[in-house]
Every structure is written in structure tokens, then in C-alpha cells.
Ligand binder design. Structure first.
Ligand code: BGN
Length: 285
């Protein structure tokens, strides 16, 4: 990790680590809920920030404690993506971590596979640099309070505790959907997400089970801090097989996940505010 971070900071003669508790937090943040008229307008909004062309940010005056990959499973929500980026960049920059946003887009019109897209994000990000912390992030969730720090503690952390559409209450104890933070080490330990959930629902519950089976447990910030606004959208069609997959998953997760992932990367490209990864997912044979 130091080998990755050092040259940048040695050049700048920076020797101090960033503070454990970031120094310029605001607490409750003002959300922007409209997209800019064009994507170029959005890019222009960030022209004075020190974002790199691949969507990476490195704090200038201190050595960050985490090398974070934000992985966003994505397809066809261009307006949400615009709003998400508008809010998330200034938000995470206050956390003084070294982060890169990866938008992992599924090609084609087949059922969406959120778990697989997150696995792809992990594999492709690790080819670029040895990230130590992964935040898997839905594109339609906007954090309302910047004390909700985007880092990886010693155990997996479920981030989206209190979401407006659930009246800011946790729907059930083991929920791990929306946004979750896992160290690269733990993600590998649980063999990533299952690849078998096509359509809405269940892949996050399966991950929650993987975490428990490996003797890990979920951490959460208090609901007064881990608050989110969900952008409105139509309800997706739930996967009718999800209960069965969830049940079978218990016995199979050692051989089903990161180590059985199959996909074809169509392209990977720096897009100013993020790194775009476009993939065709291989259905089960
Ligand atoms: C649950 C879904 C999760 C989803 C949450 C919140 C399932 C599996 C069958 C029990 N789980 O019901 O995937 O994140 O709702 O929307 O559907």
C-alpha cells in the first residue's frame, strides 16, 4: 500500500497521516436533487477540485489512511448517476481518503445482476491498484450526514442504516443492502458476492449470510448519522427464485462467488468523474 501512495506524497513533501477523525466535517449536508442539464456541465462543476480523470481523488495535505474503491453497479440510470456524482464527490472528499469511483455497467437487457457487477468491480479495481477498502454503493442513495465516514473498519459495515423510504428505520437486523463497506481481505475471505441472483433481491442477504458463516459481524453507525435519501424510481421486478438461491447459498458459497465469476469486459475507460467499466455478464451454464 505504501508503495502506491508514497511517490505522490513524497513529491509533495507530505509526511503526516490524515487525522483519524476528519477535520472539516459539516454534519448534515445540503443535498442537490437535480441533475445538471448536460454531463459536461457536471464535469465543469468539478473543474477546480483535484479530481483526476479516472475519478480518483487524493487528499493534498496528508497521507490518507485508506485506499478506497467505490463500486457502483449500474445500468440505464443516467439522471441518477448525474445526481449521485454531484453529491458524492464533495461528500467523500471531506473524509480525506484516497478514493476512486468505479461505475460498473451491465450490457444488454437481461435481468440485472447486482452481485456479479460488484464482483467485477472488485476484480477490475484490484488490477489497477491494491485497494484495501471497498464500498459497494447503489446509485440512487444519497448520504445526508458527512459524519458517516466512507472507510473500512475491522468488520464489514452496513452503511445505509436509515433510509427515508423506510422512514429512517432499519427494515431488519441482518440487512446488508444499499451500501456496504468491506475490506478487500474480508471480501476475498467470503468469496465475494454470489453470481446467481438475477433480478431484484436477495444477493445482499446472501452476502450477510457469508459474513456470518465466516465468523464476522456487521457494524453500523447510529441511525441518526447513517441517513440516506433515495432517489425516486419505479419498482424493479423481483427475482422469483431468490428464496431458493438464498437457501442453497449456505452450502455452496465456498465454490460460488469471486472464484466462479465469468464475464467479458467490453471496455474500461476514464470518464472524468469515474472509471467506467462496461461488461457482459455470463449467465450460468
Ligand atoms: C429484502 C430483500 C433485499 C433488499 C431488502 C430491502 C429478498 C430475499 C428474500 C427474503 N431480500 O426483502 O434484497 O435489499 O428487502 O429492500 O428479497
Amino acid at each position: 500500500r505504501n508503495e502506491v501512495l508514497e511517490p505522490y506524497y513524497v513529491d509533495r513533501n507530505v509526511t503526516k497521516f490524515c487525522p483519524k477523525v476528519p477535520s472539516r466535517l459539516e454534519g448534515k449536508v445540503q443535498l442537490v436533487k437535480e441533475a445538471t442539464p448536460t454531463f459536461q456541465d457536471l464535469v465543469n462543476e468539478f473543474r477546480n477540485s483535484s479530481l483526476q480523470s479516472d475519478g480518483r481523488f487524493q487528499p493534498a495535505n496528508c497521507i490518507p489512511r485508506f485506499l478506497v474503491a467505490i463500486v457502483v453497479p449500474y445500468r440505464g440510470r443516467f439522471e441518477h448517476l448525474n445526481i449521485f456524482l454531484r453529491n458524492i464527490h464533495p461528500f467523500i472528499q471531506r473524509h480525506q481518503v484516497d478514493y476512486t469511483i468505479f461505475i460498473v455497467e451491465q450490457a444488454g437487457n437481461g435481468p440485472f445482476n447486482r452481485g456479479m457487477l460488484m464482483n467485477v468491480g472488485f476484480v477490475e479495481a484490484m488490477k489497477i491498484r491494491p485497494f484495501d477498502c471497498f464500498i459497494f454503493h447503489d446509485v440512487d442513495l444519497l448520504p445526508e450526514d458527512d459524519r458517516n465516514i466512507y472507510s473500512c473498519p475491522d468488520q464489514p459495515r452496513h452503511m445505509s442504516v436509515a433510509v427515508d423510504i423506510f422512514r429512517y428505520k432499519l427494515p431488519y437486523r441482518d440487512i446488508f443492502g444499499g451500501i456496504s463497506a468491506l475490506s478487500a481481505e474480508h471480501f476475498q475471505l467470503v468469496n465475494g458476492y454470489s453470481n446467481t441472483f438475477w433480478g431484484w433481491g436477495g444477493e445482499d442477504d446472501d452476502m450477510s449470510m457469508r459474513i456470518r458463516m465466516k465468523g464476522l459481524h456487521l457494524l453500523r453507525y447510529p441511525p441518526s448519522i447513517a441517513r440516506y435519501t433515495m432517489l425516486p424510481h419505479e419498482k424493479q421486478k423481483a427475482n422469483p427464485n431468490r428464496f431458493e438461491k438464498l437457501y442453497l447459498g449456505r452450502k455452496r458459497f465456498k465454490n460460488e462467488g469471486l472464484n466462479s465469476l465469468e464475464y467479458r469486459r467490453i471496455s474500461i475507460r476514464p470518464c472524468k468523474l469515474f472509471t467506467w467499466i462496461f461488461v457482459e455478464l455470463t449467465p450460468p451454464h
